[in-house]
Design a protein around this ligand. Structure first.
Ligand code: ZN
Length: 345
């Protein structure tokens, strides 16, 4: 199949970076900052160093090389010394922001009057206001890190008990879920996009809680069907679970960050695994980029390489035409995100 280099890319899940503060050489493109002596150079870093050449640190050149024209940014991490308006000016791509549900819950609880229904009403108001403001392209939830993805139906009595006892939101499953439900209902009523962190990504997320399959009970709720739900990081390493959920629920999408770039050199193998269950029309490229422009760049480069390889094999097998394959690649790299987050089409 043809080279996909010319297809424009929207990065459907990433974080901001600070062009003025490049990372230390030993931290460059590391999945996680090592605490030891830095032994253990990854193949990803070796490849990036070889391919970047003189473009190292040059965000405009790197983004142009990979065709990145849009970014859907979760500004909730890392903390940068400037606001997101400044980031949008500096980034060499069109930037759309997400609002973290947990930040809205904290804001609502800061005005605590002791009644959990009042707190939930404030969450609803804040969520609807954020979505109507035109400032945000959707919501993001990191509830996986806090009280887990197995979000239970709201239990008013237990949530009120936790609030009355002064338990922090992050330490009370009932309180956190009561407030999260309110935000999710507002999202569903307005047809908003909600991204959920799933899969590995943080050492403080216990392995038994990371699979997106824990979202099944929530996704089965009829009231949630109005929301477009994005499973972040393809639930990595639980790709089959993520793919199954996309296959079951027509309002569920899957972000490919973690496959690209961190699965290198197994990107195409991981993509095949996901495609075994997930309809390709609801897979979305994302890089989970942060810290330095090379992360976004190499993720997009590897995605184009893997898509060309995997879709090319399907064309050779006679499973689809070359133009079908091209349409699927354009969908994963640009069109589906453009539709979800309202980029120009
Ligand atoms: Zn992320």
């Amino acid at each position: 199949m043809d080279d996909l280099a010319a297809i424009p890319v929207i990065d459907g899940h990433c974080h901001p970076f600070d062009p003025a503060t490049p990372p230390r050489e030993e931290d460059w493109l590391r999945f996680e900052q090592p605490e030891g002596d830095g032994v253990g150079e990854t193949l990803l870093r070796m490849a990036a160093r070889a391919w970047a050449g003189g473009r190292r640190g040059d965000a405009a050149a790197l983004f142009a090389d990979a065709g990145i024209v849009g970014q859907v940014v979760d500004p909730g991490w890392p903390d940068l010394p400037f606001g997101m308006d400044r980031y949008a000016e500096m980034a060499p791509a069109r930037v759309k922001l997400l609002q973290r549900i947990e930040h809205l819950c904290d804001e609502a609880l800061a005005a605590d009057d002791g009644d959990v229904r009042d707190a939930a009403e404030r969450v609803r108001h804040l969520t609807l206001a954020a979505l109507a403001s035109g400032r945000f392209a959707g919501l993001k939830s990191v509830i996986a890190y806090e009280t887990g993805l197995d979000i239970q139906p709201p239990n008013h009595e237990r949530a009120q008990e936790a609030l009355t006892a002064g338990l922090p939101r992050r330490q009370s499953k009932a309180l956190n879920e009561f407030l999260a439900h309110t935000a999710l209902r507002a999202a569903a009523e307005t047809g908003a996009v909600v991204q959920f962190h799933t899969g590995i990504g943080a050492r403080f997320l216990p392995a038994h809680q990371e699979s997106p399959w824990h979202l099944l009970g929530l996704l089965e709720q009829a009231w949630l069907r109005g929301a477009r739900v994005v499973i972040l990081h393809a639930g990595f390493p639980h790709l089959t679970a993520a793919g199954r959920l996309v296959g079951i629920f027509p309002n569920v999408y899957c972000d490919l960050s973690m496959l690209f770039p961190y699965s290198y050199p197994a990107c195409s193998a991981r993509l095949r695994e996901l495609l075994a269950f997930a309809p390709p029309g609801r897979l979305i490229f994302g890089s989970d980029g942060c810290f330095e422009p090379e992360r976004y760049w190499i993720a997009a480069k590897l995605a184009k390489q893997a898509l060309a390889e995997v879709l090319g094999d399907l064309v050779r097998d006679g499973a689809m035409t070359a133009s079908d394959a091209l349409r699927l690649a354009e969908g994963m790299l640009y069109d589906t995100s453009a539709r979800l987050y309202e980029f120009p089409r």
